[in-house]
Design a protein around this ligand. Structure first.
Ligand code: HEC
Length: 150
């Protein structure tokens, strides 16, 4: 093989490796196709507990809008406020539905907003990229298990 042909085939192999690794199958990419930080959303692995949800989703993604005096519907998702403003608290858009209803993920407004099934307003995070179903399932497991503050 001539040096040029060898070089071409190496380049091709590298490109093929990248294409298969970066093909938007969820490995390392969010649903908008953008690369995730190493290890997950906030640099860690999202698990079904409140600390992980806070560190990996609320703080890095949601507080861009949900903090400060203009927080939509008064919902602050920074670490100092998020739990108290979610668990057992009626949503503003659908006051008969709690933002987090302990033991009832599908009846929790935050899940409806994350999955895009809420009757009012947009899917969250507003404008995307949206969480994967596997990530939303961690929220659901946390709610099912009692929505503890840890
Ligand atoms: C780019 C700004 C933005 C981001 C980021 C964002 N939101 Fe929102 N959020 C809004 C706006 C604006 C509304 C009100 C309008 C609507 O519902 O479409 C809202 C409404 C909500 C509501 C309804 C509150 C109620 O009481 O009715 C929930 C729940 C919510 N967001 C959760 C989240 C979560 C969880 C995240 C992160 C995964 C997130 N949002 C990220 C802008 C944002």
């Amino acid at each position: 093989m001539s040096p040029i042909a060898l070089c071409r085939s190496l380049l091709c192999a590298a490109l093929a490796a990248c294409l298969s690794a970066c093909a938007g199958n969820g490995m390392g990419l969010d649903q908008g196709g953008r690369p995730l930080p190493p290890g997950g959303l906030g640099g860690g692995v999202l698990t079904a507990d409140f600390n992980s949800i806070q560190q990996n989703v609320f703080t890095p993604i949601c507080t861009v809008c949900h903090s400060g005096s203009n927080a939509p519907h008064g919902l602050h998702l920074d670490a100092a406020n998020s739990y108290d403003q979610l668990v057992g608290v009626p949503s503003v858009e659908q006051p008969t539905i709690l933002r987090v209803a302990i033991g009832d993920p599908d009846g929790s407004y935050i899940i409806q907003k994350l999955e895009g099934t809420a009757a009012v307003g947009a899917r969250m995070p507003f404008g995307g990229p949206y969480l994967t179903q596997a990530q939303i399932d961690q929220f659901k497991s946390w709610i099912n298990a009692g929505a503890a503050n840890n």
